[in-house]
Design a protein around this ligand. Structure first.
Ligand SMILES: [Zn+2]
Length: 243
């Protein structure tokens, strides 16, 4: 599958007034970005839905997958209301064993300690049409753990998340975008239908459902660059100078 047959996928972390630019965007920036998507004729949706129907249905807009890594509480407080107001949804990739706690998998002070959504917030979002995807149980670097541990993090997180939210879990996201050769097959064999990396679109780059490329969006990306990039995606151009 080539990238132009997959929908565009945006990749966010935090949406908060106090988000450091490398970790996310402010609610005001996020609102401007989402409104611009709407102006372009996009409809922000989950990764699962965008993959199932990349061209969309007549009159409903062109699907663009909106994905949020780690499941920060600020996504619930600030991003979700903006999305719902516009008729958009998204995919949140949860670190399943850390829900209701704090980001503890890094020592980097810019990233460490932020509050993560609890189960009832996640259930609320699922009830509003959001997709819950898995970002493992504990956010390990999968390239550095053995196969048994990798299987537990990949497969075990799907079962647990599906159980606690009472919904199917069909998409996965590799922590740090890191994985080994056999992991995409392990993801597939665990029952997922797709997995996102952190790799950016490349010119002529190949993509497949278990190694999906994306476009990270942080506070370091100014609006003109965002507008140019998304305008190109709307025209069906991904990769090249604009990625
Ligand atoms: Zn992450």
């Amino acid at each position: 599958m080539t990238p132009d047959k997959t929908p565009p996928i945006l990749y966010y972390h935090r949406v908060s007034p106090d988000a450091a630019p490398e970790t996310g965007v402010t609610p005001a920036q996020f609102r401007d970005q989402m409104r611009f998507l709407k102006v372009l004729g996009f409809v922000g949706t989950s990764l699962e839905k965008a993959l199932a129907c990349p061209t969309g249905h007549p009159g409903t807009g062109v699907p663009i997958a909106l994905t949020f890594d780690d499941g920060y509480e600020d996504n619930f407080a600030f991003a979700a209301p903006i999305l719902l107001e516009l008729g958009f949804t998204a995919t949140i990739f949860f670190v399943v064993d850390r829900m209701g706690g704090r980001a503890d998998w890094t020592t980097d002070p810019v990233w460490r300690g932020h509050r993560l959504m609890d189960v009832s917030m996640a259930r609320d979002l699922v009830a509003s049409g959001f997709e819950a995807g898995s970002h493992t149980l504990t956010h390990p670097d999968l390239a550095r753990v053995d196969d048994r541990k990798a299987r537990e993090e990949i497969s075990g997180s799907r079962e647990r998340l599906s159980h606690i939210l009472s919904c199917p879990v069909t998409t996965f996201c590799y922590p740090y975008g890191s994985f080994r050769e056999g992991h995409p097959a392990m993801v597939r064999d665990s029952g997922y239908r797709a997995a996102r990396t952190v790799r950016r679109y490349r010119p002529f780059g190949k993509s497949d459902r278990f190694r999906l490329a994306c476009r990270p969006v942080s506070g370091r990306m100014g609006f003109p660059r965002y507008a140019l990039t998304l305008g190109a995606y709307r025209l069906g151009i991904k990769g090249g100078d604009l990625s």
